[in-house]
Each structure stands twice: as C-alpha cells, then as structure tokens.
Design a protein around this ligand. Structure first.
Ligand SMILES: Cc1cc2nc3c(=O)[nH]c(=O)nc-3n(C[C@H](O)[C@H](O)[C@H](O)COP(=O)(O)OP(=O)(O)OC[C@H]3O[C@@H](n4cnc5c(N)ncnc54)[C@H](O)[C@@H]3O)c2cc1C
Length: 507
C-alpha cells in the first residue's frame, strides 16, 4: 500500500499555509484532507451579514500569496474565501487536495512507524507524518437555554447563517455580543424590523477605522510589490505594538482602555445605555473588538439592548436573566464556538491513548505544535497558538516553518520518528504558565475562551508577540525530541532543508 509522506487535515488558512511551505521545501508527497466540499475553513462557514476580518487584510493573508486587490482594509468574508480558493489553485495542489474527505480516525502504528488514517474511503491512508490543521473555531457553541427547541421561528448560529430567511421587517433577536455580533448587529439594524440584543457581558470595543480601497490604490499596489510588502510590514509592526495593551502592560492598557471609553462616550449619548455597555473587567481579558458601527446601531431605535443573558424561551417569548420578556420571529445565535475541547482530539490515538485523554486537563504541547506520546504529529492553531493582538495567519506560518525543519530532522534519523520528550512538553507548559501568570487573560476578572476551565490554564493564546514566537521556535535545536543513538553525528539538529524558504513574516 502506498505511504504518503505528510497528510494534512484541514484546508483553511493553516492547512494551505502548511501545504505551501512543504511544496516550497521540495516536499510534494502530501495530501490535504478536507471534510467540506471547498477550502476556506472559517471563511467558508461564516457568511453572516457583515462578516469581515478584524486584522487588516493585507496582513491577514499568506506571506507567500500577497494580495494587492483587497477591496477594503477589513475585507469582507466572501472576498477572503475567494482569496483562499485562489491560493489553493495557485499552490497547484491538484488531486493532493481531497475534498469531502473527513478524517474519521487516526492511529499511530508503532510497528510501521506510520499514521493510519480512516477516512470515508475504503482503505486506510498511511502517512509518515500527520499535520492537524483542523481549526479551533469550527464547532458552533449553542448554549443550553431552557425551551430553546420551542422557539417557533428560524434559529441559526452565525457560523451557519440561513440566507433563505428574509429578515425584512422581522423581529430578530441576537444572543451574544462577541466578535461576530458586533459585525452582525449593525447590518441587522438596517435590514430587520426590530433587533433585540441579549448581552451577558459587554466587550471592550475600540475604533476600527479602515475604508474602501480605491481602484487606483489597488492598481498601484499590484504594480509595486515593494510598496505592498512595506504596507504589510507596517501593519505587522502596528499589530505587534498592540500586544502591550492586550497583555496587561499598565501604561498601554490604561491608554487603550481610555480610548475605548472615549469611543463609547462619543458614540452613545444615553448614560444608562453607556453604563450597560461598559465592561467591568480588565482591558484585554476578553478579545478586544474593533467597530465603528456597533455602538451607533445599539443606540439607534432599531436595536433594543437587553443587558442580561437569554435565560429561557417559550415559543416566541424570550425571557432574559433580568426577568424581562422580549418577542422575536428569528433567533440568531452569536454565541461563539466550543473552543477548548478540540473536536479532532477524540479521533487521534497516539502511543498510549487519544489526544483528548492527553489533553483532559487542557491542551499541552512543545512549541505549541508537537505533543508527547504522538510521534510525527503536528498541530497547527491548537495549543497556545492563537493571538488576540495580531494576525492568526502569522502564527500558522511560523508553525509551518517549524514543521518543515522538524521533518528534516526526522529524515536524518535511521528510524524516522520524532518523539517529544515529556520533560520538554512539561517545561514548555511551565514557560507558558509563567508568561501568562500576570496577564489579564488569567487575572482580569472575566471568563474567556483562552483559558481551559478544567485546569485554569491559558491553553489557547500564545502569551507573547509573533516575534517572540518566531524566536522561541528558532531557538529549538531538536533536543525537544527523544535522541536516537544512531543519528548521523555530524548533522546539526535543526537546520533548514536545502532550498527551504522560511515563510517570511515581516520582521
Ligand atoms: C468570524 C470570524 C472572523 C475571524 N477574523 C479573524 C481576523 O480578522 N484575524 C485573525 O487573525 N483571525 C480571525 N479569526 C480566526 C480564524 O479562525 C483564523 O484566523 C483562521 O481562519 C483559522 O484557520 P485554520 O486553518 O486554523 O482553521 P479553519 O479555518 O477553521 O479551517 C479548519 C479546516 O479543517 C477542516 N476540518 C476540521 N476537522 C476535520 C476533519 N476531521 N477532517 C477533515 N477536515 C476537517 C474544517 O472543515 C476546516 O475547513 C476569525 C474567526 C472567525 C470565526
């Protein structure tokens, strides 16, 4: 049976970044397994009105595929999805990309030193290495609200938007005030008859800025790649600067907090409404949102803010935790994603058990990418690889570069197996805990999805800048893996493959 060198699961930003990095390093023996009928991940699934990136699109894109043609600073979701389709085509994946091919199970076969992958196909697929790029915001979270099933009208999650429902003149209730809701509500305020917004916890919101990009500017960037690269570098540097305010630096947080309060003041005249929209926890504790249109929408006659959670549903009557009742024809759940328990973790069985069992106290790893007990396995955008201050794509690219280097290390071994030393994973976990200890994510007085409830550890966010992540991975020397006695003595432990280009992020 044919054995594939690297199987990648998921064809979102991370899976496509991985496939591109491998191919540019001369590694063509790959497959990308994608359960859906298209690439795109997040951007295929999220089509709600107003969906857009909140990191400028010139940075929220792959370094190997810069795009001069974005129509707006914060590109609409549909444009990002079209970009990712284009990337997949330009990477020339051909039949290496297998759509409608869910990974149903993966088992480490110690005898063959291979991953045996169950998909919908008849025969298991054998791969020397496995890269999980399954995302972390993929499974809509639907809160257990008593009576939800009794709601008479359409109910849908923002990640499963039903475009067949005409909202004109309808009473629409939105549950949640996170990143999706702040994009959705201003759109609904224009289209629906009346919007009721259930807010359990207000978010810190800062001005977004950004605009349409004129055709002349797009043409200029297309004709001058150097200017596009400089723009990207500037945006990267701006993003990195945001880390201080998000992570609790006293002066930076105070300045950002006051900018957010000024923004609220400038946009909401009613003191009672302002009070209801003011967070009571530290700046940065939850994801800081960017919007210039959310507060004006909430302050308008089109929207009623219910400043407590939706507590019960009885037909079209929605009762809030405050005891107040509201009525709706359509219910939109902007309730986020089940993000701490990774859905793929149950599917993957390593040397002694599943990833889910290994992560029963929350995700752990070395380098946010490799996991003890799971040889030749790499996880992208999993443990401590998310960001609250800069583009997530940058992190996936750094991880992809690390995977390429690690595969070189694997290939130098007579037994081509990389086993993470448990002590290396434990030490990295301690590093993360120490870096996170005084940040608002752990101490800011809010409940956020960066922290795993089971252990109270910060398991999703990388507690540092992108630059710090790059340096941390660059400092690895292969000693995170069990040594092999017969490894070629003169091989440096972690060098790039000949011709490998490290996916460049502007430094
Ligand atoms: C509405 C929204 C807006 C966002 N905006 C930003 C932003 O502006 N900036 C930013 O940095 N981040 C943003 N994010 C975070 C975003 O998720 C990441 O930036 C990025 O898109 C994640 O890419 P990914 O490839 O890791 O995961 P995904 O995009 O989720 O892709 C994972 C893929 O894996 C596939 N898959 C999963 N399980 C299996 C399986 N068992 N078998 C086969 N295939 C499988 C899925 O179908 C999916 O296609 C946003 C997220 C959301 C939801």
């Amino acid at each position: 049976m044919r054995v594939i060198d690297v199987a990648i699961v998921g064809a979102g930003f991370a899976g496509l970044a991985m496939a591109g990095a491998l191919r540019r390093a001369g590694r063509d023996d790959i497959v990308v397994l994608e359960r859906a009928d298209d690439v795109g991940g997040t951007w295929r699934e999220n089509t709600y009105p107003g969906v857009a990136c909140d990191v400028p699109a010139h940075l929220y894109s792959l370094a190997a595929h810069p795009n001069a043609r974005w129509s707006r600073t914060f590109a609409p979701g549909g444009e990002i999805q079209a970009y990712l389709r284009d990337v997949a085509a330009r990477e020339g994946l051909g039949d290496r990309l297998r759509l409608r091919t869910p990974l149903l199970g993966a088992r480490w076969d110690a005898d063959g030193s291979l991953w045996s992958l169950d998909t919908a196909a008849d025969e298991p697929l054998l791969a020397r290495s496995l890269v999980l790029a399954c995302g972390r915001l993929t499974e809509p979270y639907v809160p257990a609200i008593p009576g939800l099933e009794s709601f008479g009208g359409p109910i849908f999650h923002t990640a499963r938007w039903d475009h067949g429902i005409d909202l004109t003149g309808k009473r629409v209730a939105v549950v949640g005030t996170g990143a999706s809701a702040v994009q959705l509500v201003p759109e609904l305020a224009r289209r629906a008859g009346q919007v009721t917004l259930f807010q359990r916890t207000p978010a810190w919101i800062v001005p977004r800025g950004g605009d349409d990009i004129a055709e002349a500017d797009r043409a200029h960037l297309a004709a001058h790649p150097g200017d596009l690269a400089r723009l990207r570098a500037d945006l990267y540097a701006e993003g990195e600067q945001r880390y201080a305010s998000r992570s609790g630096d006293a002066a930076a947080s105070a300045a950002a907090r006051s900018a957010a309060l000024d923004h609220l003041h400038a946009q909401v005249a009613d003191p009672a409404l302002r009070a209801a929209l003011t967070p009571d926890y530290a700046f940065g504790c939850k994801r800081v949102l960017l919007s210039d249109t959310f507060y004006p929408a909430v302050a308008s006659d089109a929207v009623t803010l219910e400043p407590t959670a939706l507590a019960a549903v009885d037909g079209s009557t929605l009762t809030a935790a405050s005891g107040r009742s509201h009525h709706a024809d359509v219910l939109a759940l902007a309730t986020g994603f089940a993000s701490t328990q990774q859905p793929y973790a149950d599917l993957v069985r390593g040397e002694t058990g599943t990833l889910a069992a290994h992560w029963s106290g929350g995700m752990t790893s070395f380098g946010s990418t490799v996991v003890a007990g799971f040889p030749n396995l790499f996880v992208l955008n999993g443990p401590n690889a998310s960001l609250g201050h800069n583009s997530a794509v940058l992190m996936a690219e750094e991880q992809a570069a690390y995977v390429v280097r690690a595969l070189c290390e694997r290939d130098r071994r007579t037994e081509p197996v990389l086993r993470v030393r448990p002590e290396a994973e434990a030490a990295y976990t301690d590093e993360i805990a120490a870096a996170a200890a005084s940040t608002p994510w752990l101490t800011g007085g809010c409940r956020n999805w960066y922290v795993d409830d089971r252990s109270g550890r910060l398991t999703l966010l990388w507690p540092g800048t992108v630059q710090a992540f790059r340096e941390r991975l660059a400092a690895t020397d292969g000693s995170e893996f069990e040594p092999v006695s017969d490894q070629a003595a003169d091989s440096p432990a972690s060098t790039a493959a000949p011709g490998e280009t490290i996916p460049h992020t502007p430094a």
